[in-house]
Design a protein around this ligand. Structure first.
Ligand code: ZN
Ligand code: ZN
Length: 116
């Protein structure tokens, strides 16, 4: 179908600083609410994730500082990804919509994930 909604395309992204969550409504109508902390742990950049067999900083820590989990801004990257800016200055993580949708923490999505 030509005009089928892409489930990985956000139609609304709301930064809820008071609740420390990002609320995303997707083209298929699903609504996801991500705690800032979850998004920071999911940072896909080489610094956080590691590269070429080297562990990233997130693999070597179990706690985040307040600044590391304080989202201050959220930019759209083209039509495919989000780029958050954190209070500690970190902003190299590019989160594709697909990856963000895949980590939706709601019970409905958690149930449909293998091994979840
Ligand atoms: Zn990162
Ligand atoms: Zn969900």
């Amino acid at each position: 179908m030509l005009n089928a909604p892409d489930p990985n395309e956000p139609t609304a992204i709301i930064l809820q600083s008071g609740q420390k969550t990002v609320e995303i409504t997707w083209a298929d109508g699903h609504q996801s609410r991500y705690p800032f902390e979850q998004l920071r742990w999911a940072c896909p950049c080489a610094h956080c994730r590691g590269e070429m067999g080297r562990p990233g900083v997130l693999a070597r820590t179990t706690t985040l500082t307040a600044a590391e989990q304080q989202l201050v801004d959220l930019q759209l990257v083209g039509r495919y990804a989000l780029q958050p800016r954190w209070a500690d200055g970190h902003e190299t993580g590019i989160y594709s919509f697909e990856d963000v949708r895949a980590i939706c923490p709601c019970p409905q999505c958690a149930r449909s994930r293998p091994g979840g």
